[in-house]
Ligand binder design. Structure first.
Ligand code: NAP
Length: 289
């Protein structure tokens, strides 16, 4: 099959477009013929080897995280899918930039009828990230106030819609040019981060979803009410990350040290902080529909 892959870490010019073996499947997997994929910021650090200490890959490594396609073969213990089903998914081991990919049954969801293959392929990684941050970690509730940084980004634009669906009051940071669009998505307050510091506008929030890291992450602690939580996907990793990637004993001790300074600040202000850099264990949280 044709695939976009790398033989070693490098820059964009290291990507090869060539033949790779068609994947075989285990009893709990499906084989999907890929119709559409999307490109995420995560693809670049994976290409460059930025995460190689914590997420080692085997070469040749096929890139890509998201896909939509058609099931063409199912394992003997697969019950939720049949050949011909149109599905979308965040990949497991093998990347999506290929003609075919194998996936655990539990990583796949049926494509909703009201979105195209291309639209479906744009959703899994950003939607799962937003779900993990707001639902699983922050446990955002109706009536709570959430600040979502970079609402116009792939993750942020989904997070706004999810937070509104959960019944929260939603503030977001973005460029002024995106304000109308984000209001249409459901944002109650759009803060132009280029002109205004969000700490001057919002306070006493239950949840901040940070996709920026650095100063934005640090300042986000200031706008939380006591007992509130910042969930960051752009900060340094903590012990949850070490657990998520099944880090060995040594790495499980080293990884949390990277986020020690910001965790100490959170502790001092008695606010909660949850950091994840890459959730290695994805589950299909989209209901089968
Ligand atoms: N940990 C994980 O599991 C995970 C998963 C997915 C993504 N990520 C990370 O999360 C980050 C965002 O991903 P994405 O896919 O949403 O990126 P994206 O689609 O490229 O979005 C970037 C957005 O950031 C906004 N922005 C830039 N500087 C900003 C600032 N100072 N304050 C507020 N907004 C600012 C821009 O908004 P304007 O155009 O309006 O200026 C732009 O829309 C990336 O670093 C990515 O690697 C992590």
């Amino acid at each position: 099959m044709r695939a976009a892959y790398i033989d070693h870490y490098g820059k964009l010019d290291q990507i090869q477009f060539g033949d790779q073996p068609k994947p075989t499947i285990q009893s709990d997997e499906v084989l999907v013929k890929v119709h559409a994929v999307s490109i995420n910021p995560l693809d670049l650090p994976m290409l460059e080897g930025e995460f190689k200490a914590v997420i080692p890959v085997q070469f040749p490594f096929i890139l890509g995280n998201d896909l939509a396609g058609v099931v063409i073969k199912i394992g003997t213990s697969v019950h939720k899918f049949k050949v011909g089903d149109e599905v979308f998914a965040k990949t497991d081991e093998q990347g999506s930039f290929a003609e075919y990919t194998s996936l655990k049954e539990t990583s796949v969801a049926l494509r909703p009828k009201n979105i195209s293959m291309t639209q479906a392929a744009a959703l899994p990684l950003v939607a799962l990230t937003a779900w993990q941050a707001l639902v699983e970690i922050a446990q955002l509730k109706r009536g709570q106030k959430v600040l979502i940084h970079a609402g116009s980004g792939g993750v942020g634009s989904i997070a706004i819609q999810l937070a509104k669906h959960l019944g929260a009051y939603v503030a977001t940071t973005a460029s002024a040019k995106n304000a109308d669009w984000l209001t249409d998505l459901g944002a109650d307050l759009v803060i132009d981060y280029k002109k205004t510091n969000f700490t001057d506008i919002v306070s006493d929030y239950d949840v901040v979803f940070d996709t920026q890291g650095g100063d934005t992450l640090e300042q986000s602690l200031q706008v939380l009410k006591r007992g509130g939580i910042v969930v960051s996907i752009a900060g340094q990793p903590d012990k949850n990350m070490a657990e998520a990637i099944n880090a060995n004993w040594l790495m499980s001790k080293i990884i949390p040290l990277l986020s020690l300074p910001i965790r100490a600040k959170a502790k001092k202000t008695r606010r909660s902080l949850s950091l994840f850099v890459y959730a290695a264990k994805w589950r299909a949280v989209v209901p089968y529909c």
